[in-house]
Design a protein around this ligand. Structure first.
Ligand SMILES: *Cc1c(COP(=O)(O)O)cnc(C)c1O
Length: 447
């Protein structure tokens, strides 16, 4: 199932989009609500574009994953994939629910620590960790570093010896299974850059066991993102289980299997990945190995928790065709439609707009790129100049991928919980865009 869903079916209606998103509702007078907060009130007060995050949704989804794992009789530590949404408030909420973190850079490591995630619950992944990042991770005492190549293993060993430490490492294996997702977010095929080739993993594990400064504790596998079915997980975990057995037969200790993340969500009408089916796949293939289990979900927790609010700048008529609805949000805010052909649901904030008969329209941003398009030929209630909309399921790979292209300041962010809301990042000022820029003296006419 690709991230770009089957577009041959009719676009979901306002009512259908709301039905599968309990954190959102349509109030006849206040319009679109996130939890107990009218989103129009947020937009009125701080303008748009603005990201909104539902704290309760983060909590509910984190708990639902934990419950699915315990329900399958599994003891699994959950490491939230920080790259999907790295805001300190998000990390703090998930830390308070008992989650650890999966980080892919030194910056994410420091963010997780700043948010109160203990180093003992942080796993460091990534195909190219710099020496400085590895030194930081070793010094902070992260729970585990996931090693992605033979070359990296040697580097970690040397840096750990230099620091006088021994670090737990897991080998990220590339199980060479097709996650059946979008080509840009599949990571477990042999020709992807990620992980150690399956056939070389055992030898590398034994090599790690002989190296100073590192202690191999197990294997990790992360096969891709936006995975909706359990089959690719089962196929990957079956391969990992085989590897664990072979490694033990070779006389090495294996005590950890990190099952990765990638569980998908329902952006359109594809239905979301089931935590219970995910847990079932883990249990079926890895349940009797007597290893400590971990997962690294990102999108499944953060995606549905977020929206991006935007205002219609103008409605550009097209003779004989659908109008262009030009928004004040753009690809520099929400990149996924441009980058992955992603489909995001769109709901009007006004209770009046929400009930109008839909029409076909193109939703675009103002950035000077043809790719700055959120939706083509989308059936939506008619949107006039000044109308406001929410892009749904924008909590994962949304704000974190924003740029300031076209000198557009980073959008504001708010957190909603119950009837409360707070700005958790003010809108960036235009002046902040060049605050750290200097022009060398010779350009200013100095000597
Ligand atoms: C991106 C990533 C994840 C999370 O992926 P989601 O699809 O957001 O669940 C987990 N583990 C690793 C190693 C990753 O790179």
């Amino acid at each position: 199932m690709a991230d770009a869903p089957d577009l041959s079916t009719p676009d979901p209606t306002v009512r259908e989009l709301l039905a599968t998103r309990p954190q959102l509702s349509l109030d006849p007078t206040c319009g679109l609500m996130m939890e107990g907060v009218p989103l129009s009130a947020v937009a009125d007060e701080i303008g748009t574009p603005t990201w909104g995050i539902s704290a309760s949704t983060l909590r509910i989804r984190a708990r639902r994953l934990l419950t699915a794992m315990t329900g399958a009789g599994l003891s699994v530590s959950v490491h939230f994939a920080v790259k999907s949404n790295d805001h300190l408030a998000v990390l703090r909420i998930l830390a308070s629910e008992g989650l650890g973190a999966d980080v892919v850079s030194g910056g994410e490591l420091l963010r997780a620590l700043e948010a109160g995630v203990p180093a003992s619950k942080i796993v460091f992944s990534g195909v190219g960790k710099s020496d400085a990042e590895l030194r930081l991770a070793i010094q902070k005492g992260v729970a585990q570093i996931n090693v992605e190549s033979a070359e990296e293993l040697e580097i970690i060993s040397a840096l750990a010896v230099e620091a006088g430490r021994v670090v737990d490492v897991a080998l990220r294996v590339n199980p060479d299974v097709d996650a059946e997702t979008h080509a840009k977010i599949t990571t477990g095929l042999a020709d992807n850059k990620f992980g150690v080739p399956y056939d070389e993993a055992l030898a590398l594990y034994l090599r790690a066991a002989a190296l100073p400064g590192v202690r191999p504790v197990g294997y990790a596998a992360h096969i891709g993102s936006q995975i909706l079915k359990a089959d690719p997980y089962r196929a990957a975990y079956a391969r990992v289980a085989q590897l664990v057995r072979a490694t033990r037969e070779a006389g090495a200790v294996v005590s950890v299997v990190d099952c990765g993340g990638g569980l998908g969500i329902g952006y359109r009408d594809e239905g979301e990945g089931s935590p219970e089916a995910f847990a079932g796949a883990i249990r079926a293939e890895l349940g009797d190995l007597d290893v400590r289990l971990a997962i690294e979900p990102g999108r499944w927790i953060s995606g549905p928790s977020g929206v991006l609010l935007s205002t219609v700048i103008l409605r550009k008529a097209v003779t004989g065709g659908a109008p262009f609805i030009v928004l004040d949000a753009a690809m520099n805010d929400l990149l996924r439609p441009s980058l992955y052909d992603a489909w995001h649901g769109v709901l009007p904030l006004s209770p009046h707009d929400a009930v109008q008969e839909p029409e076909k329209a193109h939703l675009v941003g103002p950035v000077c790129e043809s790719g700055d398009c959120f939706a083509r030929d989308r059936m939506l209630p008619p949107l006039q100049r000044g109308a406001r909309v929410a892009f749904l399921d924008a909590g994962a790979y949304g704000s974190v991928m924003s740029s300031t292209y076209n000198a557009r300041p980073l959008a504001a962010q708010v957190l909603v919980e119950g009837e409360r809301w707070a700005v958790i990042r003010p809108r960036q000022t235009v002046e902040a865009l060049w605050a750290n820029e200097t022009t060398p003296g010779w350009l200013n006419g100095d000597a």
